[in-house]
Structure formats: C-alpha cells, structure tokens
Design a protein around this ligand. Structure first.
Ligand SMILES: Cc1cc2nc3c(=O)[nH]c(=O)nc-3n(C[C@H](O)[C@H](O)[C@H](O)COP(=O)(O)OP(=O)(O)OC[C@H]3O[C@@H](n4cnc5c(N)ncnc54)[C@H](O)[C@@H]3O)c2cc1C
Length: 410
C-alpha cells in the first residue's frame, strides 16, 4: 500500500503507540490531542506479557524493564488474613511476570521515541469527524484533512466513537477509584500486587511500579475503590478519618499510608466505562484503545490492549492491499481477543466493587479454590497474562520476548 496520510485523535497509550508504528512504516501521521501539555493521568499500571511484546517490537522493552518493577504475584486477602486471590505468573511459564510501571514512565518512553516526521497538534480538541470524507473539526473551528485514515484514540469517554454508528453498550460503571504514587520505603512486597478487601465495598491496592527517567526512586501505585457518587463525600470527610479507616483495614500497610498526601487533591479520581461499539471502523474512521473497547480495569488489561491494537493495525496495513480490507482484518483480529476480557471484567467487577454483600461472601468462599482447580487455574493465569483468546484459545507469546525475559532484567 502506498504511504497514507493518517490523523490520530488522542495521544494516550493507543495514540502514542499507533503514531510510532505507523510513522515507522512510512505513513504521514498527524496527532491531535485536546490538552495543551499532554501527559499521563493517574498513577501506575500493570503491563502484561502481551503488552511487553509490543514494547519489544517498538525497541523499547529494555528501557521499560530498566524503569518498571517486575510483579510476580497477585495477592488479595481480608483483614483477618484469609486469602482470596493468589496467582503467580510463573505457574503459567517460569520466566513470566507483569511489569508495574508509572504512567509517566511509559508516556515518556513512547514520547521520546517519536520521529520528527510525526506532526503533533496539542490543545487540539477534535469535536467532529466526517468518517466518509476523513475530515476533522477541532474546537477552534479549524477543519483538517481529508485524511486517508482517521484513528479515534480518544479514550474511554470517546466522542468520536459516535461516528462509528450504533453502540451495543456504552455506560459508566457506578464505581471508580482514587489513586496516587507513594514511596516504597519499607514495604516488603516489592514484587507483588497486594490488595486488601472488606466485602465488595472496600478495596485497597498497592502495586510496585518502579521509577521513571527523571526520578529513579521506586514507587507504589496506591488505589482505593469507591462509588463515583461518593467522591465528594470522601473529600468532605477529611484525610485523618480516612487514614484511620485505612489503618484499621490494613495495619501492615500503615507505614505506606503515612505518606498519603495531606490534601485530597493529591489523589487522582478514576472513572470507568463499559463500551462496545457495534463496528470498530466505518468509512475512513477506525477506533483503537479504550475508544474501541472501554472496560473496567479489574483485569489490568487496558494498556496492553491499546498497545496490541496499535500493532495489529500497523500489521494489517502492511499485509492488505487497501485500507478497507486492512481495517476489516484489524477489527476481526482484535475483537477475537478483546471480547472475552470485556465479558470477564463485566462479571468480575461487582465481586470487587459493589454493595452486594452476598456476592462478596461467595467470592470469599469460592474465588481462591476455583482458581486452583486444574482447568480454571490455567484459564485464570492465561486471562491474567493477556494471552486468553476466546473461551479456550491462547495467543502465543513472541519467542523473542520469552527469550528476553529469561535474561537478567537490568
Ligand atoms: C484506575 C485505573 C487503573 C488501571 N489499571 C490498569 C492496569 O493495571 N493495566 C492496564 O493495562 N490498564 C489499566 N487501566 C486501563 C488503562 O489506563 C486504559 O485502558 C488505557 O490508558 C487506554 O489508553 P487509550 O490511549 O485508549 O486512552 P487514554 O489513555 O484515555 O488516552 C486518550 C487520550 O485522548 C485524548 N482525548 C480525549 N478526547 C479527545 C478529543 N476529543 N480530541 C483530542 N484528544 C482527545 C485524552 O486527552 C487522552 O490523552 C486502568 C485504568 C484505570 C482508570
């Protein structure tokens, strides 16, 4: 295919990765990002082996391994010490782990890798898109295009998604989270995601996420679950009362909680959506990342999916003779992978974030034993690592990735 002129709306993980891969293939790329000074929102995330495979493809895996924190175990318990979740990547394959990363660290890696051929327009809020003509209009009233291809990479609250046509589902989750980064200090579980639950109404998480280029000191990503309708009530209650509640729920982590900011504004507020557009592409418009498949972060897959979307799209454009067949190929491949994750996260989220007492009891009784049964154990590990495809299929991991992960990380 001849080089295309491509517009990307949104410079989050999906937009960043797509801009790198498409520019590398010789396409002329223009990015439109609504904020004036782009940067990541939130604290940290867990990158799964599938997402690491895309960083390998981009030549950024070694840098990510330098900065991030290998996370080998996912562990959750109740205040009395009863284990609810206990999964280790090594049970799937000995060399596997997840990589905890600061959002800034990944943003900076991807941003630094861009080439001068990519044109970045910041403070460019895309208001409308003409999918047939491939034209955009930004909030300042300017028209852009026509482009051969427009990517909607504008995240879970995507405005461009509407131009794809009817939606199968598009609703906010009633629960969200507060999150921030904290110093590791004497926290002992430096290679584990640790969670503490009480019912499904309380959940605290601590995820090691390593450092970033400009500040190597390792951090923990802290999160606290709550209904989005309670954000204001939480702020009004004040930090001392909240800290007391945290300490009572998880006394072993009170040294970490001491470092929480004094000002509630020091915590970012996260909300999530469940969005399933009927079509992922229409005319010259195509969705990538959360714009195509917003889901709850319960399974920690959104960044991986965004990276995998970008790679699948650039592969499809290389393999197919024209844009339309490439978009069909991209959507078919990615939907096969993403669908099962949307389903699982929709079912699992109320077990961890809801007011359902009976569901939480059932979870406390059954989650761990079920995840240890021979069949479901393989299944849950494969879901965790991002390799589940459909109900029983598996996505193979790149042998070069497996080889790299057997070598010393730094
Ligand atoms: C609390 C929480 C924890 C999470 N934990 C994990 C985890 O552990 N692992 C994991 O893999 N994923 C996790 N995720 C999910 C992950 O953050 C998202 O799936 C991922 O960031 C999606 O990337 P994206 O590029 O599609 O969207 P975004 O990162 O949201 O980027 C969208 C970009 O588009 C821009 N934009 C929006 N509208 C417009 C417009 N109209 N015009 C121009 N620009 C626009 C925005 O400013 C933004 O820069 C978590 C999410 C949350 C909320």
């Amino acid at each position: 295919m001849k080089p295309l002129h491509i517009a990307i709306a949104g410079y989050g993980t999906a937009g960043q990765a797509a801009s790198l891969l498409l520019a590398r293939d010789g396409h002329r790329v223009e990015v439109f990002e609504r904020v004036a000074t782009p940067g990541p929102v939130g604290a940290g995330f867990l990158l799964q082996p599938t997402g690491m495979g895309v960083l390998l493809e981009l030549g950024l895996l070694d840098a990510a391994l330098q900065l991030g924190a290998p996370v080998r175990r996912l562990f959750g318990d109740l205040p009395g010490g009863r284990r609810i979740m206990d999964m280790r990547y090594a049970e799937l394959q000995p060399q596997l782990f997840g990589l905890g990363m600061q959002r800034t660290a990944l943003f900076e890696l991807l941003h630094a890798a861009r080439t001068s051929a990519t044109q970045l327009h910041f403070a460019a809020n895309v208001e409308t898109v003409d999918a047939e003509q491939g034209r955009l209009r930004t909030a300042d009233g300017r028209e852009h295009g026509p482009f051969d291809l427009v990517l909607a990479a504008d995240g879970s609250g995507s405005r461009l998604r509407e131009a794809l046509g009817p939606q199968r589902l598009n609703r906010p989750y009633p629960w969200g989270a507060l999150w921030c980064l904290l110093p590791v200090r004497d926290w002992p579980h430096v290679d584990e995601l640790r969670q503490r639950y009480r019912g499904a109404q309380r959940m605290i998480g601590l995820l090691p996420v390593g450092g970033r280029v400009t500040d190597a000191s390792p951090r923990l990503s802290f999160f606290w679950s709550l209904p989005t309708s309670d954000f204001e009530r939480w702020r009004a209650r004040g930090m001392p009362a909240w800290r007391e509640e945290l300490n009572a729920l998880w006394p072993q982590a009170c040294g970490v909680f001491e470092q929480l900011p004094e000002d509630p504004a020091g915590l970012a507020r996260a909300t999530y959506r469940d969005a399933v557009p009927k079509r992922w592409h229409h005319g010259r418009l195509c969705a990538v990342g959360d714009a195509a498949h917003a889901m709850s972060p319960q399974l920690g897959q959104g960044v991986n999916m965004a990276l995998l979307d970008a790679l699948a799209l650039s592969d499809a454009l290389r393999a197919e003779p024209n844009v339309q067949t490439a978009l069909r190929r991209y959507a078919a491949e990615r939907r096969r992978h993403v669908g099962i994750y949307q389903l699982w996260s929709r079912w699992l989220t109320p077990l961890f974030q809801s007011h359902h007492i009976a569901l939480a009891r059932l979870r406390d009784l059954l989650f761990l034993p079920l995840s240890r049964l021979p069949l479901s154990r393989g299944q849950s590990l494969s879901v965790l690592s991002g390799t589940q495809q459909g109900l029983f299929g598996r996505r193979p991991l790149d042998p070069r990735l497996l080889q790299r992960l057997t070598k010393p990380l730094r």
